[in-house]
Design a protein around this ligand. Structure first.
Ligand SMILES: Nc1ncnc2c1ncn2[C@@H]1O[C@H](COP(=O)(O)OP(=O)(O)OP(=O)(O)O)[C@@H](O)[C@H]1O
Ligand SMILES: [Mg+2]
Length: 250
């Protein structure tokens, strides 16, 4: 890495680091309003809902900030494995993602515990969830926050670029976890299959489309997967949707 690149990386990390304090203040403020009713006054049901949603998302942001700093520290490829429940992992990630784009769906997911109920709720919104019952009830030993960041970014892209349908499938085979995220959108022509993993690259960069992101998601996904010793496969062509498959050794 060049000296300038390294300096830039440190500057960005420093900025992320300094987000911690204001974020903690926001989180503490929301918590106070929710928990110290005698001091700050009672809340209506609607106010409580708004504050709870804001609080959940500060927690998500705090996790992201910590993950980013952790990523910087572990650029040598150090990973933090822990046992986590597949069911909880999938439900949590879906709730985090939909909390930002479809609150009603997030609430419905929160209300469903069983796999078949969850599948039904998602299918109503064009999202096909395909997880074997056995895996749903299993615990996996992986770097959960890295796997979550990967899944969340692929899901956000699929939801952004789909026409109608998104397919999510989870599977373990020969000591590996496979996560596959597919959509039925415009797809990605073969000559872009490499480029989209570069920082800041977006296919519709030249056109006048309003910028819908930063072109950083897939670059980050690639780094995290490499850290975990995994691989990413892309199957896509113009007009044929895109399917990203991640393979991580267990
Ligand atoms: N499922 C998809 N279908 C079609 N194009 C995709 C898909 N996923 C990614 N792309 C293309 O790859 C580019 C890079 O994706 P990436 O996730 O890195 O950035 P982004 O989604 O544009 O922004 P960010 O993730 O930083 O918010 C996108 O701008 C888009 O052109
Ligand atoms: Mg993205």
């Amino acid at each position: 890495m060049g000296l300038n690149m390294e300096r830039n990386r440190i500057k960005i990390e420093f900025l992320v680091h300094d987000l911690k304090v204001p974020l903690a203040v926001i989180e503490a403020g929301l918590l106070s309003l929710l928990q110290k009713v005698e001091k700050y006054g009672p809340l209506t049901e609607k106010q409580t809902k708004v504050l709870e949603r804001a609080l959940r998302n500060t927690v998500v942001t705090r996790t992201l900030v910590n993950d980013t700093l952790e990523l910087g520290r572990s650029s040598a490829g150090i990973i933090n494995k822990n046992y986590f429940s597949v069911a909880r992992f999938i439900r949590e990630t879906l709730i985090e993602v939909f909390d930002l784009i479809d609150q009603a769906l997030a609430d419905e997911i929160r209300a469903r515990e069983s796999l078949s109920d969850l599948k039904d709720v998602l299918a109503n919104r064009g999202i096909i969830l395909d997880v074997p019952e056995g895996l749903w009830n299993e615990e996996l030993c992986l770097d959960e926050s890295k796997v979550k960041q990967v899944f969340r970014n692929l899901l956000n892209n699929a939801l952004k670029y789909r026409k109608n349908r998104v397919t999510l499938s989870f599977e373990t085979r020969e000591g590996r976890l496979y996560i596959s995220v597919g959509d039925d959108g415009e797809g990605i022509p073969a000559n872009f299959h490499r480029k989209i993993f570069e920082c800041y690259f977006q296919m519709d960069m030249q056109t006048n489309h309003c910028v819908r992101g930063h072109g950083l998601g897939l670059a980050g996904v690639q780094v995290l997967i490499e850290d975990m010793g995994g691989e990413l496969f892309l199957e896509s062509d113009m007009g044929k949707g895109a399917t990203f498959t991640v393979r991580i050794p267990l």
